[in-house]
Design a protein around this ligand. Structure first.
Ligand code: KIV
Ligand code: NA
Length: 264
């Protein structure tokens, strides 16, 4: 079968279908999510935290994310793979954005890119779209701007909601195919979703968005502490902890390897 495309994403909104997006950073998890039918996999710059161990998304580089993106593309066959453009790899100019996006498409095989911000990166979005690169926007709590926000806090309350609405409309006009809304009041997300003909993808944005996204380590229960908007659908941390403790115990007691694990 073929991959999901931006046309499928657009068709889902016109049919009123909701869909899930999850992050992925390696081939094995990408295969699991792909086979589970997740239509869009995001190689998020959240890799800075969940893969590389930084405490924000700012330090991660294009060189850090290219191999992860390539692995997710190799591990999947049906999902559309969206690559996050990391901090300071696109804000400088439309030319810089195109050069960075081109690396994700040429070297890693990504199908689209995501960038943070609205009107302040509109020229970048327009140049990418004009060059044939599908663009996913990201508004609200944009973690690359954490130092401007003064922490990870809800965005778009009160009058700043109208700014976010204007950014969303500008991104749509620039040709973005979808927009992530992170950590905004659900009433605002609902209004933006109704005002746009492209899908909104919520994370901490309530139930009205066209799609929902979570970091897989959060939804699977691998991350120790998560935000209020996360629902834990598994206990991967507990399962891994039990497995590695049983292995360690059986090695020290000589139970493993047993005859069936040995060659003769
Ligand atoms: O980097 C990331 O994981 C993201 C999603 C949470 C939207 O940008
Ligand atoms: Na991100």
């Amino acid at each position: 079968g073929r991959r999901i495309t931006v046309r499928d994403i657009a068709a889902a909104k016109s049919r009123g279908e909701k869909w899930p997006m999850v992050t992925a950073y390696d081939a094995m998890t990408a295969r699991i999510f792909d086979e589970a039918g997740i239509p869009v996999l995001l190689v998020g710059d959240s890799a800075a935290m969940v893969v590389y161990g930084y405490d924000s998304t700012l330090p991660v580089t294009v060189d850090d994310l290219i191999p992860l993106t390539a692995a997710v593309v190799r591990g999947s066959s049906r999902a559309m793979v969206v690559a996050d453009l990391p901090f300071a790899s696109y804000q400088g100019s439309p030319q810089q954005a195109l050069e960075t996006a081109a690396r994700f498409l040429k070297e890693a095989g990504a199908h689209a890119v995501k960038l943070e911000g609205g009107r302040r990166v509109l020229a970048q979005a327009e140049t990418l779209v004009a060059s044939g690169v599908p663009v996913m926007g990201h508004l609200g709590l944009t973690p690359q701007s954490v130092n401007v926000f003064g922490g990870y806090r809800v965005q778009g309350r009160g009058e700043s909601g109208e700014e976010l609405m204007a950014d969303a409309k500008a991104l749509e006009a620039a040709g973005a195919f979808a927009i992530v809304l992170e950590c905004v009041p659900e009433e605002l997300a609902q209004r933006v979703t109704a005002a746009l003909s492209i899908p909104t993808i919520g994370i901490g944005a309530g139930p009205s968005t066209d799609a929902q996204v979570l970091v897989w380590q959060d939804l699977a229960g691998l991350t120790p502490h998560t935000a209020k908007f996360v629902k834990k659908y598994g206990d991967v941390a507990g399962e891994l902890d039990r497995a590695v403790r049983r292995f360690a115990d059986e090695v020290t007691t000589g139970v493993f390897p047993a005859p069936e694990h040995s060659y003769h």
